[in-house]
Design a protein around this ligand. Structure first.
Ligand code: ATP
Length: 247
């Protein structure tokens, strides 16, 4: 396997707090990977280091062969990130926002417009393309953020709790899109508290607890590890309870 993402000895301290305590992980091209963990486990900190928004205290992250700290521009060209609390320009319309993203990534205008139209139609936001984003609900804004992140057709798509605020129909279509994109070769890494999505979507699942990756594998490997046919929720509950006992 030639991993598109390679993490070695990744650590992050916020002053005295050790938020991430040494993570090693390899993710292959076209893999759908889900990062799970209780509140405060270190998921957001890890994802922000992967995309170059936070500098690791130590360790190395290589994306598509590029070190995110030493070659941030090269690495960032192939990544899109949807943070848990995204920022969006309220005074733009979706169409203006997507044109702005297209220019930022130097995408040829016709290609950029075609992709923007396709994404807005996919997210059922086409009829709102000329309305100011400040007038949108949380879920509508999230659809525009997802569209903006997909417009450059990233090789590696990283999402922190991506489906919060989406209605059930949009969640269904977005899940189908994630499966299709991964089949086409996009690597997708997402954190979630909705274990059913990880169970349904992920090729592999990583469970992080108090800054450490305490479990990693496919759903059936996790079931073997637990010697059970339990669903992910039950395994997650017993794993976290066991870890809490040992602290
Ligand atoms: P959640 O599921 O609640 O979003 P998470 O797994 O994403 O949690 P992180 O946000 O990565 O967790 O936080 C990991 C730890 O680091 C927590 O103990 C948190 O309090 C701490 N932390 C996060 N950001 C900072 C910061 N800017 N300064 C100090 N400590 C922080």
């Amino acid at each position: 396997m030639n991993p598109i993402l390679k993490i070695q000895g990744l650590k992050k301290n916020y002053e005295k707090k050790e938020a991430v305590k040494g993570i090693d992980l390899e993710i292959r091209e076209g893999e759908l990977f889900s990062l799970l963990g209780p509140n405060g486990a270190g998921k957001t900190t890890t994802l922000k280091m992967l995309v170059g928004l936070l500098k690791p205290t130590s360790g190395e992250i290589r994306i598509g062969g590029f070190d995110i700290v030493r070659n941030p521009i090269e690495a960032k060209k192939i990544i899109s990130f949807v943070p848990d609390v995204p920022y969006i320009y309220d005074k733009l319309t979706p169409w203006e926002f997507l044109r702005f993203i297209g220019k930022l990534y130097a995408i040829e205008p016709k290609t950029s417009n075609d992709r923007a139209a396709e994404l807005l139609k996919f997210f059922e936001m086409w009829s709102y393309r000329d309305v100011l984003i400040e007038e949108f609900s949380h879920g509508m804004k999230q659809k525009i953020i997802l569209s903006g992140a997909l417009l450059p057709e990233p090789k590696v798509f990283i999402l922190d709790e991506p489906m919060v605020g989406l209605d059930p129909v949009s969640i269904h279509s977005f899940k189908e899109m994630m499966k299709r994109k991964a089949k086409e070769g996009m690597t997708i890494i997402f954190s979630t508290h909705t274990l059913a999505w990880a169970e349904e979507l992920a090729d592999r699942i990583g469970i992080i607890h108090q800054g450490r990756l305490i479990s990693l594998g496919t759903l059936s490997q996790l079931q073997q590890q637990f010697q059970s046919r339990e669903n992910l929720e039950e395994m997650f509950m017993s794993l976290v309870a066991k870890e809490n006992e040992s602290v």
